[in-house]
Design a protein around this ligand. Structure first.
Ligand SMILES: [Zn+2]
Ligand SMILES: [Zn+2]
Length: 369
């Protein structure tokens, strides 16, 4: 049992409150991580607001980075003192985990959104009552997190000079956007890529599109500052949201789009991107729409052109392989995600959320210790 401080979420209509609690020692297969940094991702807001239902009160946070403080029995991949990035959790035994596709784990909800370990136990013993844990197998808005050996990725020695607090977002938002381009859609050099929404996920897709050699790379967003950053990161064209996207696409890529990547979940934009696909084109989707929203697509247009619509989670990342690859791109200057980041003190968590929600900051990161 270790005394910790955790930012507790009581629901959509109150601020996070930093409270004292105690966290278990690691059980078999688990690791106790002293959290150094924790990124804020859209799914934290969705869970706070119960769009993603999680039990309350809960400690959110799923882009943690930190240092291993203790390991449970049977843990062999990491040891105390190792710097790690925390990522989503998965069972390791279902058909998709066996296929190295852990983002589609059959037990994903149980491992990431149930508010505790799969057996129902919690990480925290708080004097004030039950606090739920294990959000994305980590709950990293706290000074310490209990994760499993399976959902931590060791920071390679080559990245020892990179500030550890910056690396947490590789565990969710950054691998989602980059993985969608490099893994899910497997974007090819010289082909047209449209990215709708230039937040952390969309801009990661722009950087990855440049790595893949996509051309043109067209970014769409409502905010001029994000479009300017998209150009700096590799977009060859930008289109202001609300303008005539179709006219812009007709001019930029008259043959149609080979790839369209939507981060907004807005049906009208997805349908427009689909209508502008070249034969064999792919639309990749990561946006969280209203649960009742439907897409309207023409069957002949989908079938006849050999087109594909692809739902994507976590960029189809196998994190222990893909996150070290992204770190190598970062070190080589090809994935400069630090340009998306602004850091906040742990105690400023409510200000950090507000900055992320207003659009002022693309990727807020809490410096926890
Ligand atoms: Zn699984
Ligand atoms: Zn996330």
């Amino acid at each position: 049992m270790t005394a910790i401080r955790a930012a507790v979420c009581h629901g959509a209509h109150g601020p996070f409150s930093i409270e004292e609690a105690a966290i278990d020692g690691p059980r078999a297969g688990e690791v106790l991580v002293r959290i150094v940094g924790a990124g804020i991702c859209h799914t934290d807001m969705a869970a706070r607001d119960q769009q993603v239902p999680v039990p309350l009160p809960i400690v959110l946070g799923h882009e943690g980075s930190g240092v291993i403080e203790a390991v449970g029995p049977g843990v062999t991949e990491v040891a105390p003192g190792d710097a790690v990035i925390l990522t989503f959790a998965s069972c390791g035994t279902c058909s998709n985990c066996s296929d190295d596709a852990p983002a589609y784990c059959y037990q994903f909800g149980l491992y990431n959104f149930s508010g505790g370990r799969p057996d129902g136990s919690k990480a925290f013993n708080a004097e004030q009552g039950v606090i739920h844990s294990h959000f994305f197998g980590q709950s990293s808005f706290a000074t310490h997190a209990l994760a499993s050996e399976r959902n931590v990725v060791k920071v390679p020695a080559s990245a020892a000079h990179v500030p550890l607090d910056l690396l947490g977002p590789l565990g969710c938002g950054l691998q989602t956007g980059a993985g969608a381009v490099l893994n899910s859609m497997a974007v090819k050099s010289g082909r047209a890529l449209l990215v709708i929404g230039a937040g952390a996920v969309g801009l990661s897709a722009v950087m990855a599109g440049k790595i893949a050699g996509a051309n043109p790379i067209i970014a769409v967003d409502l905010h001029d500052n994000r479009l300017a950053l998209a150009r700096e990161l590799g977009a060859t064209h930008t289109v202001k949201g609300g303008g005539d996207l179709e006219a812009a696409l007709r001019e930029i890529c008259p043959e149609g789009l080979h790839y369209a990547f939507d981060t907004t979940g807005i049906a009208a934009l997805i349908e427009l991107a689909f209508s502008w696909l070249a034969p064999r084109g792919i639309v990749g989707l990561v946006g969280a729409a209203d649960p009742a929203a439907m897409l309207h697509l023409n069957e002949m247009a989908l079938m006849g052109g050999g087109k594909r619509i692809m739902g994507i989670l976590e960029g189809d990342s196998d994190p222990k392989i893909f996150i070290p690859e992204l770190i190598e791109h970062h070190i080589a200057g090809r994935f400069p995600f630090e340009k998306l980041v602004e850091t906040f003190a742990f105690e400023e968590i409510n200000e950090a959320f507000a900055a992320g929600e207003s659009g002022r900051v693309i990727k807020p990161i809490l410096k926890v210790s």
